[in-house]
Design a protein around this ligand. Structure first.
Ligand code: PRP
Ligand code: URA
Length: 209
């Protein structure tokens, strides 16, 4: 069974309060999302395997460590997931980036796919799906379906906020996927928005409200 990790570091909680605030402007929202993603990325990458690397320091030879294996693939769920890409790329500059375009139909609340572009060899790489909001869980579950259908074997997901009911739905659909969140919020409202949440993540990142 995949694990659910809630990264409750004080810096993350402090920045979460700022990002949730209705008066936080888009530029600050984007900066905070990048900063929180980097802090969460520290936890997400904790189990990455290492291998030895022979180097020379100015004082002589030593055997250092480096991350082993192929570079992971970061897969943002468009649009809002784009706001988490830079933070992870700063930690893992060699990572590949795939894209999955999904929007939630306002009537049915079901995810609708409109774009998918992934590296060819995803079966050999760790996949990190990023999307700030896990509300009903439908979008994240669909994104994981896409990468699995295209051969992905190792998948983890990074979200800022999750609603309890969405987390349960997602875990039932993909019990093998490790899920990282910075907070589990209270509930969904009648329009399936997370409460207290932060509103519409895509609109807040891109100023489209
Ligand atoms: C938001 C969010 C998730 C989805 C979460 O995207 O970024 O992808 O809703 O909802 P769910 O868990 O109920 O599926 P949205 O559909 O608003 O699209 P956007 O990012 O293009 O604005
Ligand atoms: N999508 C968002 O952007 N916010 C929510 O609270 C739910 C879905």
């Amino acid at each position: 069974m995949g694990k659910v990790t809630v990264t409750e570091h004080p810096l993350i909680q402090h920045k979460l309060t700022l990002i949730r605030d209705v008066d936080t402007a888009s530029k600050d929202f984007r900066d905070l999302l990048t900063e929180i993603t980097m802090l969460m990325g520290y936890e997400l990458t904790r189990d990455f395997p290492l291998q030895d690397k022979q180097i020379e320091t100015p004082m002589g030879p030593m055997i250092g460590k480096e991350i082993a294996g192929k570079k992971p693939v970061i897969v943002p769920v468009l649009r809002a997931g784009l706001g988490m890409v830079d933070g992870l790329l700063r930690l893992i500059p060699g990572a590949r980036v795939g894209h999955i375009g999904l929007y939630r139909d306002p009537e049915t609340l079901l995810p609708v796919e409109y774009y998918c572009k992934l590296p060819k060899d995803i079966e050999d790489r760790d996949i990190i799906i990023v999307d700030p909001m896990l509300a009903t869980g439908g979008s994240l579950a669909a994104a994981v379906d896409f990468v699995k259908q295209r051969g992905a074997k190792s998948v983890r997901a990074l979200c800022l906020l999750g609603a309890p009911e969405g987390i349960e739905t997602f875990r039932a659909a993909h019990p093998d996927v490790d899920l990282y969140l910075s907070c589990i919020d209270e509930k969904l409202d009648d329009n399936a928005y997370i409460v207290p949440g932060l509103g519409d993540a895509g609109d807040r990142i891109f100023g489209t409200k």
